[in-house]
Design a protein around this ligand. Structure first.
Ligand SMILES: Nc1nc2c(c(=O)[nH]1)N[C@H]1C(S)=C(S)[C@@H](COP(=O)(O)OP(=O)(O)OC[C@H]3O[C@@H](n4cnc5c(N)ncnc54)[C@H](O)[C@@H]3O)O[C@H]1N2
Ligand code: MOO
Length: 460
């Protein structure tokens, strides 16, 4: 790699450039994990548990069979073989869920199903394949379905093999004991953890909820997919990309269709959305153009948004509650960004640039971590994982001096290499759709030769 450029360049106009890390720290410094709530198990999927959950009753709650077969006393089947089977009197059936159990006395057996309680007197289970299944013939392959033979098993069964005490018996409490810690506070609830909660009888759990993220795109040129394109118009892809990315990050996403380039309309739309937002994301309108409406509507001075202090009794006349700072970042794509809080609840708002790749990369770097911090996820799960990989390319890659560049890549774990997908243009949606990673070119590097090792952010 070749180096150039100072670490903290200033763009024209004198305002300093923020580094990627400074901006992320600013965002993460402003978001706090959401207040815990009690949720139904499936609604809690992916959420962070905030209580220690203890086991109320042992699991399994009773000794039960791990096989379909016969519950027997070990002394009765000692030395049994196909040639010299133990012949036992069948005293009935024990199905899973049976509440009333027959007692197995000497010389007796009960037909038993997987998961059914071990009846009193029985010490082991012999699988049905080790018996004649009560047919008087050779080894059974299985049992006749109860629907075809509704009467309880009776008569005799020939057992062809001996069984040790507790053979094919799953002991009460062999999974967890009453009073054990099932899951500790801080656990992220994936499917296996939800299985355990259900198995111990928990219907609801206390977790940090999924953040509600409102995604709002801006631009008078935007048409909704499915509608005809008019002259000069393009389809709104950002609001779909960002709503999908928000969901993927763990949020409940609300996509608001594109808002035209009109500051009053945008302000009132945002005001309407505040009620259902833990986080707001806008795209477009943050640059320096004449129609850059997000910046116009939300810049701290005279935004006209409802106040954080309004209604507090202190200063009800204050109307400016927005604290959105528009800044330039030393990155490409994603240079212009806005961040701050808005409305009476100080709802965080990230204003992302409109170029599709810029908005997506900005989401990955800043919004995704904010969502995951709101969820209270552990530090290690807030950011995307990254790896080191060797650049595989025909020629050197150029990168702007003083800006951390995020190029779209295809990562090959086997060879430990990454190849560029498409160019650096922030309008290249198709290339983004075929990439699986972002190749990171540091600020002080302007050219990366093939064979150079790079940091690669895996998009998962
Ligand atoms: N004179 C300057 N011009 C620009 C600068 C600059 O520093 N000086 N920065 C450039 C950079 S970098 C970016 S990034 C963009 C950011 O612009 P905005 O955030 O104001 O975005 P828009 O102007 O609204 O749109 C940019 C581009 O993206 C398309 N777009 C917008 N929204 C969507 C959407 N929802 N779905 C699909 N495509 C969308 C829009 O049509 C434009 O083509 O500014 C540069 N300019
Ligand atoms: O920084 Mo802009 O986000 O390059 O396209």
């Amino acid at each position: 790699m070749s180096s150039s450029a100072p670490q903290h360049p200033r763009p024209e106009g004198g305002h300093r450039l923020w580094s990627v890390d400074e901006h992320l720290a600013d965002v993460l410094g402003a978001v706090r994990p959401l207040e815990p709530i009690e949720l139904q198990l499936l609604d809690a999927q992916g959420c962070v548990l905030v209580e220690d959950v203890t086991v109320p009753v042992a699991l399994p709650p009773f000794d039960n069979s791990s096989m379909d077969g016969y519950a027997v006393r070990t002394a009765d089947v000692q030395g049994a073989s196909e040639e010299f089977p133990a012949v036992l009197t069948v005293v009935g059936d024990v199905a899973a869920g049976s509440g009333e159990l027959p007692t197995v006395g000497p010389g007796e057996a009960a037909r038993i199903m997987t998961g059914a309680p071990l009846p009193p007197g029985a010490e082991a289970v012999v699988p049905v394949e080790w018996t004649d299944g009560g047919t008087g013939g050779g080894a059974a392959a299985g049992m006749t379905p109860a629907s075809a033979a509704p009467e309880q098993a009776g008569g005799e069964v020939r057992v062809h093999r001996a069984a040790e005490a507790r053979a094919h018996v799953r002991a009460r409490g062999s999974d967890v004991q009453a009073g054990d810690l099932a899951l500790a506070a801080g656990t992220v609830l994936g499917p296996p953890q939800i299985a355990l909660l259900a198995a111990i009888g928990r219907g609801t759990v206390r977790v940090r909820p999924r953040p509600r993220v409102v995604v709002l795109s801006t631009g008078s040129e935007l048409v909704q997919p499915g509608e005809p394109l008019t002259a000069g118009a393009i389809y709104d892809s950002n609001s779909f990309a960002l709503a999908a990315a928000a969901r993927d990050a763990g949020a409940i996403a609300y996509r608001v269709g594109a808002v035209a380039d009109d500051a009053d309309t945008l302000r009132s739309t945002i005001e309407d959305q505040l009620i259902r937002a833990d986080l707001l994301v806008t795209t477009g309108g943050v640059s320096v153009g004449a129609y850059d409406v997000v910046k116009e509507a939300l810049s701290s001075v005279g935004s006209g948004m409802p106040s954080a202090s309004a209604g507090s009794g202190e200063d009800d006349t204050e109307v400016d509650a927005t604290r959105i700072d528009f800044r330039k970042l030393a990155m490409q794509p994603g240079k212009p960004q806005g961040f701050g809080t808005i409305g009476p609840d100080h709802t965080p708002l990230l204003a992302l640039p409109g170029n599709p790749v810029s908005s997506y990369v900005s989401f990955e770097l800043f919004v995704r971590p904010a969502i995951r911090a709101l969820m209270g996820l552990p530090e290690s799960q807030v950011r995307r994982p990254s790896v080191r990989a060797v650049l595989k390319a025909d020629k050197a890659l150029g990168s702007p001096a003083g800006r951390r560049q995020f190029l779209r890549g295809a990562y090959d774990a086997e060879s430990g290499t990454v190849s560029p997908v498409g160019g650096s243009g922030s309008h290249l949606i198709a290339a983004l759709a075929h990439a699986d990673s972002l190749m990171v070119v540091p600020e002080d590097v302007t050219s990366v030769e093939p064979g150079t090792e790079l940091e690669v952010v895996l998009l998962g």
